[in-house]
Design a protein around this ligand. Structure first.
Ligand SMILES: [Zn+2]
Length: 179
């Protein structure tokens, strides 16, 4: 049986999490906390951004974030900066929990994603759908290519080999998705 090509899950989009900031003590009021984060994904994806927290218990709170665009196809290579509002909710047993406000849908979000030239919630970036499809296609493509390269194994004693059947199965799936 040919060894299956492994397909990593597409979760390689850099993001920022309020829980991480909370652990770093970034939601303390009256101090403009600044920091730099290097996000590391699988496959040696590295992404660095800086943030500046402005927490005010009685007025507007926001985070100023500066980051590079994540697509090489964008015209700009310069650092981008965005201001993200921060929303507090009261915890049941006292204390406050902080959330990002997605700049697009304005809903509360625990995680915002850096994607292309913007920082938005997962839904607004359409991330799961997009990354899964692209990743799936790339993965199937690799499988089909790998199996297809082994042409001499397609038939043995006049019958299709397992490898060839597997190739046809993956090829069919690939064709179905690409349509
Ligand atoms: Zn959103």
């Amino acid at each position: 049986m040919p060894k299956e090509t492994s397909c990593a899950k597409a979760d390689d989009v850099p993001h920022i999490d309020t829980e991480l900031l909370n652990r770093k003590g970034c939601f303390q009021p009256y101090e403009a906390k600044t920091g730099m984060v290097t996000w590391e994904g699988s496959r040696n994806v590295r992404f660095g951004f800086t943030f500046e927290m402005h927490i005010s218990p009685h007025g507007a709170s926001y985070m100023f974030v500066s980051f590079p665009p994540t697509s090489p196809f964008l015209p700009t290579k310069e650092l981008l900066s965005r201001t993200v509002s921060l929303l507090p909710t009261n915890c049941r047993y006292g204390g406050v929990r902080w959330w990002f406000q997605c700049p697009h849908c304005l809903k509360r979000a625990r995680i915002l994603y850096f994607y292309r030239d913007n920082i938005l919630c997962r839904k607004c970036h359409g991330l799961w759908y997009r990354s899964q499809t692209v990743e799936r296609l790339a993965c199937l493509d690799r499988k089909v290519e790998k199996l297809g390269a082994e042409e001499r194994w397609r038939y043995y004693k006049g019958r299709s080999t397992r490898r060839y059947k597997s190739y046809l199965k993956w090829k069919e799936r690939l064709d179905r998705i690409e349509k």
